[in-house]
Design a protein around this ligand. Structure first.
Ligand code: LLP
Length: 859
C-alpha cells in the first residue's frame, strides 16, 4: 500500500429528477463544492434524465424503424434543450454520445434486438446525463472529470444466472480497493460517473437492473471505502410508512443496515434493497437526502447503534401477493412432505417469501416482485401440487409488515395492533427469524385503509417510539405540506406565570380558560349548514363553562336528571335535550314534564310503558352499524349498548304508531374523538334517507364526537371541510333541520391540570416522576390509553432529559398519566401541567382511595 494519507471519499448519487434541470445542477454543484471545501474527494454518480431510461427501453422493444427514429429524435431534442438551458459551450462530448445513439439505432444488431445491444442502448441515458453534468460543473468553475463507470465496476455472473440476468440485471462483487481509491484521488478531486452500468469479463456493457443507479453508488462506496454514500433524491429519506398512505409517517433519521434492508425489501421504494448489501459489507454509512431540501438531515443508515432501545421503525405493505395453502391429505408428520411440496415451487421457478406451517397445512406466499406469478404458472403449479395435497390459491393479498430490531421484545405493546387485525381476515402471520419483522397477510383491498390506522396505533402504544428524536424525524406532512395550518399555540404558554402563581396556592387543580371555550363555540357556529348547536354537558358541566357556551347560542344535551338540573340552574333559557341510555322509567316522565325533548334508543320503553309517551313527539337514536372514535371504549356503534339496531326500526315505528307517538327526529352518535370530517357527512346522509322513509321526521341530529388532536401526529378536524361536506347533504335534503351536539371540541383544550411533583424514583430501567394528581383526577390515560401532553411548567424551557413515566399517588399500577415523556430533569416541588384536560377530566374524577380529586378554577 502507498504511504500517502488515505483519501477520504464521498460518493454522491443523484437520481433522474435531480439531474434534469439547470437549477438542479446548481444544487449539485453547491453540494459537491461544500464537500470539496471540507477536503473530501467527491465522486458523483448520476441517473439518466427523468424518463429517458423508459424511452430507451421502449426503443429496445420497438420492432420497426419509424418508432425507433421517433424515440431517438425525442431523446436528442431533450438533451439538446438541456444543453441550451444550461448555457453550455463545449458541445463535443454531448455530440459523441448522440452519435453513438444514432449508430446503435442504425446498427444491424437492432433488428435482432440482442441482449448486448439492449444493454448498450440502455446505458446511453447515464452516459448522456453524466456528460452534460461534467460540462455544467466545469462551467460553474468546478474542476470535474468524467469517469467511465464500466472501467471500474466489473460484473460477475451469479450461479444459474441466465443470459437476460447477465446482461440486464448484473451484479458486481465490490470490496474495498485502497489502491484504486488512492490512484483515483491522485487523478483529481471531483468525478462524475454513470449509475446503472458495469462491464463484463468480455468487455461488454451490462446493466445493473432495477434500482441500478443507487446500487452503482453503493458499489463505488464500497470500492473506495468511502467515508459516506449519499443518495440524493426527491424525498427526504425512508419513512415510518408510505407517506402517500400515511401523511403522518415520520422520517426515519437513523436505521441500521438490516432494518433499512428489511424496510426496502418489504415495500419502501426510496431505496432499492440491492444497494444496501455492498455498503453493509464494506461498513460504509449510507444516507438518503432530498435535493430540494438539502437542509434536511435525511435518513442515515449505518451499523447498529449499541444503545438502541427496541422500537417498531416502520410499517410497510406490499400488494399483489399470492398465497398458496396446501393441506396434507392424511399425511400427518409424514417425513419429506415439505421437501416434496417445495420441490414443485423450485421446478416452476418460483421463489417463496413467507411460510406458515401447521401439522396438516403449509401456506406460503409468492411476492410478484420476485416472481412471474401469472395464471399459467399458477395452474401448472397447482396441478402438480394437487398430486400430494389439497391446494387453495388465495389472491390478491397484501403483506403488511412491521419492521424493527428486537420485534419479539415488543409483543406486549402490540395488543392494539393485534386487535385491529383481529377484526379482519388474516390469512398468514409470519415472524422473521432475524427478529426484525412481523408480517400479516390480509386481503389486498383492506390494506390501504388499515395501514394508517395501524401506524397510529403503533404510536399510541409507544411501540413506535416517535418521541425518540435520535431515530424519528419530522412527519412527512410537516416537511412537504407546509400549507397545513400549524396548530395554534396553547393559551397556557402565554399564561405560565399566572399558572405557577396559582399552583402555589393549590394543587392538584384544574384550570379553565373561558376565552378558549368561547373561541371554539364561535368557530363551530361558522358551520352554517348546522341549524342548531347543543353542548354535550357530560364533557364538562362546570357552571362557568356552561354559561359561556349557552351565551354563544348553544342548547344543552343532558343524559341524567343531575345534568338536566345543572342545565336549568345555569342557563334556564337554553333548550335542553335528554338523551339517556337504559334510564329508569321515572326519569323520562320527569324530563318530559320539564319540557325537555326526549330521545329513545330501545323498544323497551314502548313495549312496557308506551302510554307514558302517548300523544308526544320523541327523537329516535339509531345505531348505524359501525362505531368510530379514539378508543374502542368510546365507539358507540355496533357492539355497544347504544342506539336502536336498524333491523328493529320497523317494529319501533309500529309501536310508535300504536301509542300515538310521533318520531320527530332521528339521532346518531357513533363515537367520540373523530378527526375525519367525512364521518358526519356519512351519518347525515344515512339519517336523511331513513328520515325520508319515516315521513314524520323534521330534525336530524348527527351527534357529537368532534375530536381534537392529542398528539403532534394527529391532524386537526377541518371545520371548513366539515361545513362543505354537510352543505352538500343539506342541498339534497333541505327539508330537515340539522342539529349537532359536540362536547369535547368546546372544552378539551380549555382545561389543564396543575400538579406538584411529590417524589422521583428509578426502578430497573424506568424513571418515575410522581405527582399529586392521579387517576382519580384524570382517568383517561388509564381507561383509554389517552395521551395528554405533560410539561414541567417550572422548568418549561430547560432541555429534556431521559424519558420518564409520570404517575400519581393512587394504589393501582394503572395510575400512570404519561409514559416515556421527555421532561427536563425534574425535582420534588416542580409544577407539572397536564394539557387538554378540559373534557372528560373533572367530569370523570372520583374519590378513589378517599383522595380528593383536583379542584377546579376559572382563569
Ligand atoms: N352525544 C352523545 C349522545 C354522546 O354520547 C356524547 C358522548 C356526545 C354527544 C359528545 O361527544 P364528544 O363530542 O364529547 O366526543 N369519556 C370519553 C368520551 C365519552 C363520550 C361519551 N358520549 C373520553 O374521555 O374520551
Amino acid at each position: 500500500m502507498s504511504d500517502q494519507p488515505a483519501a477520504s471519499w464521498i460518493v454522491l448519487k443523484f437520481g433522474g429528477t435531480s439531474v434534469s434541470t439547470r437549477a438542479h445542477w446548481d444544487k449539485i454543484a453547491a453540494i459537491a463544492r461544500a464537500w470539496r471545501e471540507r477536503g473530501k474527494q467527491v465522486l458523483i454518480v448520476v441517473s439518466a434524465l427523468s424518463g429517458i431510461t423508459d424511452q430507451l427501453k421502449v426503443l429496445t422493444e420497438a420492432h420497426a424503424d419509424a418508432p425507433r427514429r421517433a424515440i431517438r429524435d425525442a431523446i436528442v431534442a431533450r438533451h439538446e434543450s438541456m444543453f441550451a438551458e444550461m448555457q453550455l459551450a463545449d458541445r463535443a462530448p454531448l455530440q459523441y454520445w448522440l452519435e453513438r445513439l444514432d449508430a446503435l439505432v442504425a446498427n444491424a444488431r437492432a433488428e435482432a434486438g440482442g441482449l448486448p445491444w439492449q444493454a448498450e442502448v440502455l446505458a446511453l441515458g447515464e452516459q448522456l446525463s453524466s456528460t452534460l453534468g461534467v460540462t455544467c460543473l466545469n462551467r460553474l468553475n468546478l474542476a470535474a472529470q468524467w469517469l467511465d463507470a464500466r472501467e471500474h465496476l466489473h460484473a460477475q455472473p451469479l450461479p444459474n444466472q441466465n443470459a437476460w440476468g447477465r446482461y440486464l440485471s448484473a451484479s458486481v462483487p465490490a470490496a474495498p480497493d485502497p489502491v484504486f481509491a488512492q490512484a483515483l484521488a491522485a487523478r483529481g478531486g471531483l468525478f462524475v460517473t454513470q449509475g446503472f452500468m458495469a462491464r463484463n469479463a468480455q468487455g461488454e456493457t451490462v446493466i445493473l437492473g432495477r434500482g441500478g443507479s443507487d446500487t452503482s453508488a453503493s458499489y463505488f462506496g464500497a470500492l473506495l471505502k468511502a467515508e459516506k454514500v449519499e443518495i440524493w433524491t426527491d424525498v427526504a429519506g425512508m419513512f415510518s410508512a408510505n407517506p402517500r398512505q400515511v401523511p403522518n409517517a415520520r422520517l426515519l433519521a437513523r436505521l441500521d443496515y438490516e432494518e433499512a434492508q428489511e424496510i426496502a425489501t418489504t415495500g419502501a421504494k426510496v431505496l432499492h434493497p440491492r444497494c444496501i448489501n455492498p455498503v453493509r459489507e464494506a461498513r460504509v454509512p449510507l444516507a438518503i437526502r432530498d435535493t430540494n431540501f438539502p437542509e434536511l438531515p435525511g435518513t442515515e443508515i449505518g451499523a447498529v447503534a449499541p444503545d438502541a432501545a427496541p422500537s417498531v421503525k416502520a410499517i410497510s405493505s406490499r400488494g399483489g401477493i399470492t398465497l398458496i395453502s396446501m393441506e396434507s391429505i392424511g399425511m400427518w408428520q409424514q417425513v419429506g412432505f415439505l421437501a416434496d411440496v417445495f420441490e414443485h415451487f423450485k421446478r416452476h421457478g418460483l421463489s417463496i417469501d413467507l411460510v406458515g406451517t401447521s401439522e396438516t397445512n403449509v401456506t406460503v406466499s409468492l411476492d410478484p416482485t420476485e416472481n412471474l406469478v401469472n395464471s399459467d404458472v399458477l395452474s401448472a403449479l397447482c396441478a402438480d401440487l394437487a398430486k400430494v395435497c389439497r391446494v387453495k390459491v388465495i389472491a390478491p393479498c397484501a403483506a403488511i409488515t412491521l419492521v424493527g430490531r428486537g420485534m419479539r421484545s415488543m409483543l406486549h405493546k402490540l395488543s392494539g395492533v393485534l386487535a385491529e387485525f383481529g377484526a379482519q381476515r388474516v390469512h398468514l402471520i409470519s415472524q422473521s427469524s432475524n427478529n426484525l419483522n412481523l408480517t400479516f397477510v390480509v386481503d389486498e383491498v383492506i390494506a390501504a385503509d388499515l395501514v394508517p390506522t395501524l401506524h397510529d396505533l403503533l404510536i399510541r402504544a409507544e411501540a413506535m417510539r416517535v418521541e425518540d428524536a435520535a431515530v424519528f424525524g419530522p412527519r412527512w406532512r410537516d416537511l412537504y405540506k407546509k400549507e397545513q395550518s400549524a396548530r395554534a399555540e396553547s393559551w397556557w404558554i402565554a399564561r405560565r406565570a399566572e399558572l405557577l402563581a396559582l399552583a402555589e396556592a393549590r394543587t392538584p387543580c384544574y384550570v379553565y380558560d373561558l376565552a378558549t371555550v368561547r373561541a371554539r363555540a364561535q368557530a363551530l357556529r361558522t358551520i352554517s349548514p348546522v341549524d342548531r348547536w347543543f353542548y354535550a354537558i357530560k364533557a364538562n358541566a362546570h357552571p362557568a363553562l356552561l354559561k359561556e357556551i349557552a351565551t354563544q347560542g348553544f342548547g344543552l344535551e343532558c343524559v341524567s336528571p343531575g345534568e338536566l338540573e345543572r342545565a336549568v340552574q345555569v342557563a334556564p333559557e337554553a333548550t335542553r335535550l335528554f338523551t339517556p341510555n337504559f334510564a329508569p322509567r321515572a326519569e323520562y316522565a320527569a324530563a318530559r314534564a320539564g319540557g325537555v325533548a326526549l330521545t329513545l334508543d330501545n323498544l323497551h320503553p314502548f313495549e312496557r310503558w308506551g302510554e307514558d309517551f302517548s300523544g308526544h313527539e320523541i327523537f329516535l337514536r339509531l345505531d348505524l352499524g359501525a362505531g368510530r372514535g379514539h378508543h374502542d371504549k368510546v365507539k358507540t356503534g355496533a357492539q355497544s349498548k347504544f342506539g336502536l339496531a336498524l333491523d328493529e326500526l320497523d317494529e319501533f315505528r309500529r309501536l310508535a304508531h300504536r301509542h300515538g307517538v310521533r318520531i320527530a327526529g332521528l339521532h346518531a352518535h357513533l363515537g367520540s374523538g373523530i378527526l375525519d370530517a367525512a364521518h358526519w357527512k356519512d351519518v347525515y346522509v344515512q339519517l336523511a334517507s331513513l328520515g325520508e322513509k319515516i315521513g314524520s321526521v323534521r330534525v336530524l341530529n348527527i351527534g357529537g364526537g368532534l375530536g381534537v388532536p392529542a398528539r403532534g401526529d394527529e391532524i386537526s378536524l377541518d371545520l371548513a371541510a366539515l361545513g362543505g361536506a354537510l352543505a352538500e347533504v343539506k342541498a339534497a335534503y333541505p327539508q330537515f333541520e340539522l342539529w349537532a351536539e359536540p362536547g369535547r371540541y368546546l372544552v378539551a383544550d380549555a382545561g389543564v391540570i396543575l400538579a406538584r411533583v411529590t417524589q422521583t424514583k428509578r426502578k430497573g430501567d424506568t424513571r418515575y416522576v410522581g405527582c399529586d394528581a392521579g387517576m382519580n383526577s384524570l382517568i383517561r390515560p388509564a381507561l383509554y390509553e389517552a395521551y395528554h401532553e405533560i410539561v414541567n411548567l417550572t422548568r418549561m424551557y430547560a432541555a429534556p432529559a431521559e424519558p420518564v413515566q409520570v404517575v400519581g399517588p393512587i394504589c393501582e399500577s394503572g395510575d400512570v398519566l404519561g409514559n416515556n415523556r421527555r421532561l427536563p430533569p425534574t425535582c420534588e416541588g416542580d409544577v407539572l401541567l397536564i394539557a387538554q384536560a378540559g373534557a372528560y377530566g373533572a367530569a370523570m374524577a372520583s374519590h378513589y382511595n378517599l383522595r380528593e380529586p383536583a379542584g377546579e378554577v376559572i382563569l
